[in-house]
Design a protein around this ligand. Structure first.
Ligand code: TRP
Ligand code: ZN
Length: 464
């Protein structure tokens, strides 16, 4: 009697134990699964970007119907989980989400303002590579952002027949779901389908133009270097391409067919600027460069490898400014939106260098004096509020920060600081402290006081 129950009992006990262990292990695992954060802690934009994962690549496949300004799209997001995740967020504003798959399995999703909350059927584990596929569409609603009160952001029509998405800082979430913060850069492919006779322009290299049976064409653009979401571009209209392959980097510009010849030739200076910048800073960071001119767009923006310009924005200073951003802004990118002076001050300062190069030291001094003379109008650029992110102060007092540094450390060290700050941080993210530390290391000087006064002091300090 004793042996039989013993024999039967042992396996039974073992399997009960195993089951208990399994349940314990899995409940512990479930307990460790957390939702990803809905932001990355940016002081000015706490809900932009999301925590818990890192995107490596986006594939945006988007068909556009101009008459109704409707998009029908699929976004594939390839990412790496940085923690165990019961759910994670993407930033998406407006539009309708049809379905979401994670690793090819249907996932639950919720919308909460501009957060798309995705709950995979199986929780993700720390270190796991995963793919999210989001089918979505509708009419994009332009976004109001206090940082740019003079226009709305995101996908929108600028005039009859011309649509373009411009996004700095927050706007890209009106046309594709993303981890919408510069801290999470990724490579991109855009497959943009538009009816004849439209052309679709985006970032990077145009690898293919496909003629579809239904009289539409698909333009395939690859951005092979890491890109922040705010630098993503789509521009749709009738465009004529002008190519220049004579310089170190292929330059391809897109203009409306009726653009006046003076506007087109105004961009001829790009090649010379390109060589000058490569010489000063090091290799151009992307495969090709160029501009797309969009009628009705009132500004210029440094969208990665394909800056977008309004029809009247072709002064050399602006052409140079957007080109400089390819190094400072697009390749070396801020890690908090509060540091826009690292983009705008740098790009503006190169305008002074360029006029100095071409018209002599007096032209450089003239630029500096003009900036200095607006003393009372230039509050501290280092810690702006949202509505000051692209203020004159950030541009011009931001540029003066570099001028002051140059006066303090001398030309040779100054240009070495610029060049090595660039090369050490290419394709990455930086903050103001990184720049100060770098300048101190190269100059072997204490520079806290100088930077404090120029970046945060109420009034413009005296030059060193
Ligand atoms: N970065 C732009 C420049 O070159 C200014 C800017 C910020 C902008 N946000 C924008 C321009 C949105 C057009 C649209 O100085
Ligand atoms: Zn700028």
């Amino acid at each position: 009697m004793t042996s039989i129950p013993t024999i039967a009992f042992k396996p039974h006990l073992l399997s009960v134990l195993r089951l208990a262990l399994l349940m314990f292990a899995s409940s512990a695992a479930v307990f460790a699964q957390q939702p990803g954060a809905d932001g990355l802690g940016d002081r000015l934009y706490p809900r932009l970007g999301n925590g818990g994962y890192d995107v490596g690549h986006y594939a945006i496949d988007l068909a556009f119907t101009p008459e109704s300004n409707t998009i029908a799209a699929t976004a594939i997001v390839e990412a790496l989980a940085l923690q165990d995740l019961s759910s994670f967020n993407l930033d998406l504003s407006g539009l309708v989400v049809d379905n979401v798959f994670v690793n090819d399995e249907t996932a639950r999703f919720d919308r909460d303002d501009s957060e798309l909350v995705i709950s995979p059927s199986q929780a993700l584990t720390n270190g796991e590579a995963f793919t999210a596929r989001i089918a979505y569409g509708g009419v994009p609603a332009p976004i109001s952002d206090p940082a740019v009160p003079w226009l709305k952001l995101g996908w929108q029509r600028w005039t009859e027949g011309y649509v373009a998405a411009v996004s700095e800082p927050s706007g890209s979430m009106n046309w594709f779901p993303s981890n919408n913060h510069p801290l999470d850069k990724a490579t991109f492919v855009f497959r943009l389908t538009v009816p004849q006779p439209y052309t679709a322009v985006a970032n990077g290299v145009l690898s293919e133009t496909i003629n579809n049976a239904d009289d539409t064409r698909t333009f395939v653009w690859h951005m092979r270097q890491p890109m922040a979401s705010y630098l993503a571009l789509a521009a749709v209209g009738e465009f004529v391409e002008f190519r220049d392959e004579s310089g170190p980097i292929i330059i391809r510009n897109y203009f409306p067919p009726d653009t006046d010849p003076g506007t087109i030739t105004a961009y001829d200076v790009t090649g010379e600027m390109m060589s000058w910048l490569i010489n000063l800073l090091g290799p151009y960071p992307f495969d090709e460069y160029g501009v797309v001119v969009v009628p009705g767009f009132p500004m210029a923006l440094e969208t990665q490898s394909m800056s977008i310009f309004g029809e009247t924005m072709h002064d050399p200073e602006i052409i140079l400014h957007e080109l400089v951003h390819q190094w400072f802004g697009n390749s070396v990118t801020l890690m908090n939106w509060t540091d826009t002076w690292l983009h705008e001050g740098f790009a503006s300062y190169f305008d002074a260098l360029w006029v100095g190069e071409h018209y002599g030291a007096r032209a450089y001094d003239g630029y500096v004096t003009a900036a200095l003379n607006s003393n009372t109008a230039l509050p501290a650029p280092g810690n702006p509020e949202k509505h000051e992110l692209f203020s004159l102060s950030v541009y011009f007092r931001g540029a003066l920060v570099l001028h002051a540094l140059r006066e303090e450390v001398g030309d040779e060290t100054f240009f070495e600081i610029l060049r090595t700050f660039y090369s050490a941080n290419a394709y990455g993210n930086v903050d103001t402290a990184d720049f100060i530390a770098h300048a101190e290391r190269l100059s072997q000087r204490e520079l806290d006081e100088l930077f404090d006064a120029w970046l945060y002091g109420e009034r413009i300090p005296d030059l060193p």
